[in-house]
Design a protein around this ligand. Structure first.
Ligand code: 5AD
Ligand code: SF4
Length: 464
């Protein structure tokens, strides 16, 4: 009987990637993925510390796990509880003290050491803690063979951040900015493509700061890396996230212009439209810089759709500052976006700033911003009505026969399709547009004419 491993992932896509790598790492130890924590031999919470709410959720989950762990013990089984990710990194010893249910605590840069830590914890050699930033890279110690769960996969190319935005914990929990060598990235990408992956999302906390060493030791930028990835047979869709406006360079813009594989969608957080607030956030760009970058990107790729992150209620944010954010949203036009109330994070410079914004003001600003962003998202989706596009269907819908996928512009698309199209790129026509999703019908040629792999009738790009 394989041992049951349940992993719960919070937060960003980097955590989703790390969870997949942890599962791959533990498979040789006899752990098979489980869908629920009930009956699991090992539970991993891969945690997020970015906002207060995210961190609190971990402690409530640990409360529930305590009950399961005691039930397991009563029936003579052992259930190990591991906390990984940024809460583990930030809380360290404090978490071991506060949550006795935790057996193993491991930071984002040390999880390649999990097998050893688990072995020790199983032998009841005591609780294990490792929140080092080890000199060796975890990537050199993870299994080379990836087991992608479908046609779309993540690939971490860069980690950490040196930007030190004044609100953000990432530079502390994920550590200094570092890029993987180009050869390692290309090898992992080829391996994923050989395993059937057609859509690759490159990940990094500051992904476009990528400067991995090329074969001759000289650093490559993200634009150059995208060119090399686009040349790998099978990889027909490339995405990358999350980017910083400061690191959008000419070569990256040119990659959007030249490479059809680079999808016409970019998540480019701006956080605020007010220069005063951007300065206090230590963002190192002004609102006009963002406008300029967006303009250049759209010149390169006219159908580019944008997404962003916003924080409302940053300390000292006035009504006029907030209005500047609404203005930026109005003039930019986003296909989707994430917006958050500012949440003071321990140890960050902004948490010590005077003039914290009252909760009810934050609530009102968030509601106003989200209403505007939702209007823009609906308008963007409505503009897709009647268009043809290729959709990668990689999830099952709620209804029988319904498959879910993503458009090139990251819209969620559902359609009733034959099961054999699961995991394929299919050309569809958009027949319905909602706030957060599109409905589509497949444009299929005679069934016999369908190729066994690849795109099922790829259409030309719609005009913007
Ligand atoms: N409070 C609110 N939102 C935050 N983010 C990061 N730190 C904070 C914070 N302290 C948001 C930013 C970032 C996204 C991942 O989370 O918008 O881009
Ligand atoms: Fe955090 Fe700023 Fe780095 Fe993004 S760029 S991870 S917001 S410090």
């Amino acid at each position: 009987m394989p041992k049951q491993l349940y992993i719960k992932t919070y937060g960003c896509q980097m955590n989703v990637y790390d969870s997949a790598r942890m599962a791959e790492l533990l498979a040789p130890l006899g752990y098979a993925p489980a869908a629920t924590p009930e009956g699991a031999d090992m539970v991993i919470l891969n945690t997020c510390h970015i906002r207060e709410k995210a961190a609190e959720k971990v402690y409530s989950e640990l409360g529930r796990l305590r009950v399961l762990k005691e039930e397991a013990k009563a029936t003579g089984r052992q259930m190990l509880v591991t906390v990984a990710g940024c809460v583990a990194q930030a809380e360290g010893q404090e978490m071991l003290r506060r949550a006795p249910v935790v057996d193993v605590l491991v930071g984002p840069q040390a999880y390649h050491r999990l097998p050893e830590m688990i072995a020790r914890a199983t032998r009841e050699a005591g609780r294990q803690l490792d929140t080092d930033f080890p000199p060796e890279s975890k990537f050199d110690h993870l299994p080379a063979a990836r087991r992608p769960g479908g046609p779309a996969a993540f690939l971490a190319i860069q980690e950490g951040c040196d930007k030190f935005c004044s609100f953000c914990v990432v530079p502390y929990t994920r550590g200094a900015e570092s890029s993987r060598p180009v050869a390692a990235v290309l090898a992992e990408a080829r391996q994923l493509a050989a395993a059937g992956v057609v859509e690759l999302t490159l990940l990094g906390q500051n992904v476009n700061a990528f400067h991995g060493a090329g074969p001759d030791g000289a650093p490559w930028g993200l634009g150059r890396l995208l060119r090399a990835l686009a040349a790998i047979p099978g990889l027909v869709r490339l995405r990358y996230t999350t980017s910083h406006p400061r690191d959008v360079d000419e070569d990256l813009i040119a990659a959007h212009r030249d490479l059809p594989a680079v999808m016409p969608f970019l998540h480019l957080p701006v956080q605020s439209g007010s220069d005063r607030v951007l300065e206090a956030m230590n963002r190192r760009h002004a609102a006009a810089d963002y406008d300029r970058i967006v303009e250049r990107l759209r010149q390169a790729r006219p159908d580019l759709a944008l997404s962003s992150d916003f924080i409302v209620g940053f300390p000292g944010e006035s009504d006029a500052d907030f209005q500047a954010t609404l203005d930026l949203v109005e003039r930019t036009g986003f296909a989707q976006a994430y917006s958050f109330k500012y949440s003071a994070r321990p140890g960050t410079p902004a948490s010590a700033l005077p003039r914290q914004v009252p909760e009810e003001v934050k609530d009102a600003r968030l509601a106003a911003l989200q209403a505007l962003l939702q209007r823009q998202q609906l308008a963007f989706n409505r503009a897709s009505l009647g268009r043809r596009m290729a959709v990668l269907f990689d999830r099952r819908g709620k209804h029988a026969g319904q498959l879910l996928g993503r458009s090139p512009w990251m819209q969620s698309v559902h359609a009733t399709l034959p099961e054999r199209l699961f995991g394929r790129l299919v050309e569809v026509e958009i027949t319905g547009a909602h706030a957060a999703s599109l409905a589509a019908r497949p444009l299929l040629v005679a069934e016999e004419a369908l190729p066994p792999t690849g795109v099922v009738r790829e259409s030309p790009r719609p005009q913007a």
